[in-house]
Write a protein that binds this ligand. Sequence first.
Ligand code: SF4
Length: 410
Amino acid sequence: MVEPVIPPLITEHELGSAYREVLSLAGGELGVAQKAHMLSLFSGKTKLVHLDLEGRMHRAWLGESSYQRGLDGRVRRVRVDREHGERSLAIEVLPGTEGERVLAEARALVDAVVGALPQAADPLVVEVLRRAQTHQTAAEAERFRAAYDPIPILPPDESRALVVQLTSGCSWNRCTFCHLYRDARFALKSPPALGEHIRRVLGLLGRALPLRRGVFLGQANALVMTRDKLLPLLDVVHRELAGAPAELGSLSAFVDAFSSPKRTEEWAELRARGVEGVSLGLESGCDDVLATLGKPAESAGATRLVEQLHEAGIGVGVIVLCGAGGKRWQARHVEATVDTLARMALCQGDRVYLSPLQVEPGSRFAASLGELGALSRFEIEAQAVELRARLRQAGVTVPIARYDIRRFVY
Ligand code: SF4
């Protein structure tokens, strides 16, 4: 049973502040509002479509759900759902045809607004709407593929970052639960190839670039390489983005405790080159659980790494896998993970991400669950609640956020 969500649409507050210009059309039934780097179209009380200045649908409210469109053309839907009597947010990436239906509905609003525009409309509004009308989804997806390898996931706080891919794939790629880079061969870009990549990315983003916040260095563990290879690549990033908005000034990346064996001075060197935060895939504080995941790390190594990062002035988001270890290790997973996070002395600029385990059917991890005893989806959610409460009791005060890998579009 889905409850309709009527968005607040454009409130008086927004009309007075966030939006610079509001043009009312068709007796108030339609409208166009401008704000920094975005154009918003609305119809009645139920439809609102945000376009970036390249004319791409960025976000939308259409009747009962909200939508976000990724640069790769995929569409994510968020709506209020009711399951077992509980209201919850249902978030999913839509299959192709459903995504196309949403884009077509947004396009119909664009057409209606264009039809109602006065002759003397702002040239910027006219141009963005013209781009929206001629936007080719398939051609855009092709441009995305020419610029990027797939972007399966970013940490929640980095979802608006500009992704720059120093590497492809994951240098380890053998964790039994992880399929994000399974088909990708690990490779580093050369400095010229990285420069070409960034120029294509900037061409793809176009006038939507100011919507991005920070730069995320992809793919899985871009900082894994030795400094003689990494530093020249970071120099290329800074050179190519020299004229970009100041909001893109900070760099971040995924790291892990086994493939990033850098000394504290090396982390400090990266900090001096703009690396302000990293996301660390801890998964569990229990080494037996890590062994079942095929992750060649020990929790003590992760604690040492966080110490080094703190000394270097780099913030860390620690990712915990809720449900790892199945029924057999359930209690120890929670216990040891809370202990490990408490020992990390997380502070301002740090955060914890609780990521519910997603089991890929037919994977080695799925097979191992026969022996470990799989937790149900509800047991995994209950573990996330317990972890959050226990972390607070243990004195972990940094933000704790949910990290659901199924819900990401770039
Ligand atoms: S969890 Fe991280 S280290 Fe393990 S295979 Fe996936 S990307 Fe690589």
